[in-house]
Design a protein around this ligand. Structure first.
Ligand code: KG4
Ligand code: ZN
Length: 344
C-alpha cells in the first residue's frame, strides 16, 4: 500500500456492541487493534439493547482509544488521519464513534474518512495483500451478501438474504434452545460430535442467487417444539449444516457462472469452522482460490474500518464532505451496484 497520509490512521468502530479502536501505519500495517466487547452487558436481555450500547460506547471510547495509542507506542498528536463507521448499524451507537473520530480529526486538523461497515467486512480478507477480483461472501449478524469485487470501490451485488441474515438465524435458533447470546459460537460448540444428517432441514431457494433463512428458522422452531433439546448435538449440527450448505453452494455457483477466480469470506459467521472447512473443500474442488478474513478481523473490529479507509484514501484521496456527513443506520447496500432501495 502506498502511503497517503502523513502519520498513522486511527479508526473507530461502534456500529453495534463492540467498542473498537485500531491504528494502522500509513502503508497499511496494523499497529494496534483494541476491542472492548459489551456482550456480558447485553447477555441478560438475549440480544443487543441499543440504548445500553450507545451509553457504553460513550463511556468506553476514550479508554479504548488510549489503550490503542499505548499499544502502538504513540500519542494522539502523531495521528495522521481518522476514520469511523458511518453505517449500517444502531444509530446511537454509530453516533458515539463517528463523532468521536470526527471530533479528533477536527481538533487535530486531520483528514477524516466515513466508512461503510459492510465495505470494511468485504475488504477484510485482503488485509496485508492487494485487492484482486473476487466474489465476496459477507456473513454477519445483520447481513448475508454476495458481492462482486472488481477493485476498491468497484462492487456489484449478486445476492443477499431476503429475510434473516445467517448470523441472525444462528442467534434466533440459539435463543429458542435457551443458549446465550451471541448464538453462532454457542451452536457451533453444541454441534461438536453431532450428526449433521440427523434432521432434514430445508436449503431454501436452491436455484436463486439470493439467500433465505426464515424457513429454516421455522423448521428449527417446529423441531424444538416437538423434541425439545433432547438431541442437542445432532440438532445443532444439522441446523449448522443447512446454513453452511446454502452459503457454500450459492457462492460456488455464482463464482463459477460469473468467472470470479476467488471467493473472499468475511463477517462474524466466518469464524465458524464448519463453514471454513466446507468452503475450502468446495473451492478446492471447483478450482477456485479461497481467501478468509483472519479470525481477529472477522467479527466487528476497527482494523477493517482503518484498512478500508486507507484504501479509499489511496483510491480517491480525502473527501472533505465526510466532515459534513451524518451517520446512516440503514447504509446497507448503497456502495454496491446495482443500487437497491432497501437494506436486508
Ligand atoms: O460481523 P459481526 O461480528 O457483527 C455484525 O456486523 O453483525 O457478526 C456477528 C454474528 C452473530 O450473529 C454471531 O452469532 C455470528 O456472527 N457468529 C457466528 C460464529 N461466531 C460469530 N456464527 C456461527 N458460528 C460462529 N462460530
Ligand atoms: Zn459487522
Amino acid at each position: 500500500m502506498n502511503p497517503v497520509v502523513s502519520g498513522p490512521l486511527l479508526a473507530v468502530e461502534t456500529s453495534c456492541d463492540e467498542t473498537a479502536v485500531a491504528i494502522l501505519s500509513p502503508d497499511g500495517r496494523l499497529l494496534a487493534s483494541e476491542i472492548s466487547s459489551q456482550i456480558p452487558d447485553h447477555r441478560p436481555f438475549g440480544g443487543v439493547v441499543p440504548e445500553l450500547a450507545s451509553r457504553n460506547h460513550i463511556r468506553l471510547l476514550r479508554p479504548v482509544c488510549e489503550r490503542a495509542l499505548a499499544a502502538a507506542g504513540m500519542s494522539a498528536a502523531s495521528v495522521g488521519a481518522t476514520a469511523a463507521t458511518q453505517g449500517p448499524g444502531l444509530s446511537g451507537a454509530l453516533l458515539a464513534g463517528f463523532n468521536f473520530a470526527k471530533g479528533l480529526a477536527t481538533a487535530l486538523r486531520l483528514p477524516f474518512v466515513a466508512v461503510n461497515h459492510m465495505e470494511g467486512h468485504l475488504l477484510s480478507p485482503f488485509m496485508g495483500a492487494q485487492v484482486t477480483r473476487a466474489l465476496g461472501l459477507v456473513v454477519s449478524g445483520g447481513h448475508t451478501l454476495l458481492v462482486g469485487i472488481d477493485g476498491v470501490s468497484n462492487y456489484r451485488l449478486h445476492g443477499r438474504t431476503r429475510d434473516d441474515a445467517a448470523g441472525e438465524a444462528f442467534d434466533k435458533v440459539a435463543r429458542l434452545l435457551g443458549l446465550p447470546y451471541p448464538g453462532g459460537p454457542e451452536i457451533e460448540r453444541a454441534a461438536a460430535g453431532g450428526d449433521p444428517t440427523r434432521f432434514a432441514f430445508p436449503r431454501a431457494l436452491p436455484n436463486d442467487d439470493d439467500f433465505s433463512f426464515s424457513g429454516l428458522k421455522n423448521a428449527a422452531r417446529l423441531a424444538i417444539d416437538k423434541i425439545g433439546t433432547a438431541d442437542l448435538a445432532d440438532f445443532c449440527a444439522s441446523f449448522q449444516e443447512a446454513v453452511v450448505d446454502s452459503l457454500v453452494s450459492k457462492s460456488i455457483a455464482v463464482a463459477l457462472r460469473e468467472g470470479f477466480p476467488t471467493i473472499a469470506l468475511s463477517g462474524g459467521v466466518a469464524c465458524n469452522a464448519r463453514l471454513r472447512e466446507k468452503l475450502a473443500a468446495a473451492t478446492g474442488k471447483a478450482g477456485l482460490e479461497l481467501l478468509i478474513a483472519d479470525r481477529s478481523v472477522s467479527a466487528d473490529n476497527a482494523a477493517m474500518i482503518g484498512h478500508a479507509a486507507l484504501l479509499r484514501l489511496q483510491d480517491h484521496g480525502p473527501n472533505p464532505q465526510d466532515f459534513d456527513a451524518d451517520v446512516q443506520p440503514a447504509l446497507a447496500l448503497g456502495i454496491f451496484e446495482p443500487l437497491s432501495a432497501s437494506g436486508t
